[in-house]
Ligand binder design. Structure first.
Ligand SMILES: [Zn+2]
Length: 175
């Protein structure tokens, strides 16, 4: 068990914040290597989390919906980051509106492999998700290689309407 944990932590990727700055990020899933600015909290209302005083919440759409529906939702200053993995429905326009209404911040979606490796990340332009590293070579995805308003040269995965999240499973074997 100890060996597994070491292996897991050594192999875990660091979280990548999708916009400018280095805000304090509360990670709601325990799959990333923790850093000084990005820490995992099982409960964002815990005393430890309050001391950390996160500016960003990063979790699944379901987790963030749960927090948004609380009578006293947590304060978020910069953004929410929504993780979508294979088999998960991902972020709906309804969710974006909900998070904006409740938290008053924009939502950035990120696609992850089942091992939480970043596949694609939404930017400030909110026009598709920039595809990361080897995943940009995929030919079966609808990739837009035109310049993005954010200045990031990586191609963008155009999702709407409805990129099929089962396709993310392929990334586990065939990046
Ligand atoms: Zn962009």
């Amino acid at each position: 068990m100890i060996v597994w944990r070491r292996f897991h932590l050594a192999g875990a990727a660091a979280f990548t914040y999708p916009s400018a700055g280095e805000p304090r990020v509360a990670l709601l899933i325990p799959c990333f290597r923790e850093t000084r600015r990005a820490r995992y909290f099982a409960d964002v209302e815990s005393e430890e989390a309050r001391r950390f005083d996160p500016e960003v919440l990063a979790g699944t759409a379901e987790q963030l919906r749960g927090l948004a529906s609380r009578p006293n939702p947590p304060v978020v200053r910069n953004a929410v980051v929504v993780f979508t993995r294979q088999g998960e429905p991902g972020l709906a326009e309804y969710d974006r509106d909900l998070f904006w209404d409740i938290f008053g911040v924009p939502a950035f979606e990120q696609y992850l492999t089942r091992w939480s490796r970043l596949i694609a990340t939404e930017c400030d332009a909110h026009e598709g998700l920039h595809v990361c590293g080897p995943f940009a070579r995929r030919t079966d995805w609808n990739l837009d290689r035109s310049p993005c308003a954010c200045g990031d040269p990586r191609p963008r995965l155009l999702l709407r309407p409805g990129f099929s999240t089962p396709a993310l499973d392929l990334c586990a074997q065939q990046p």
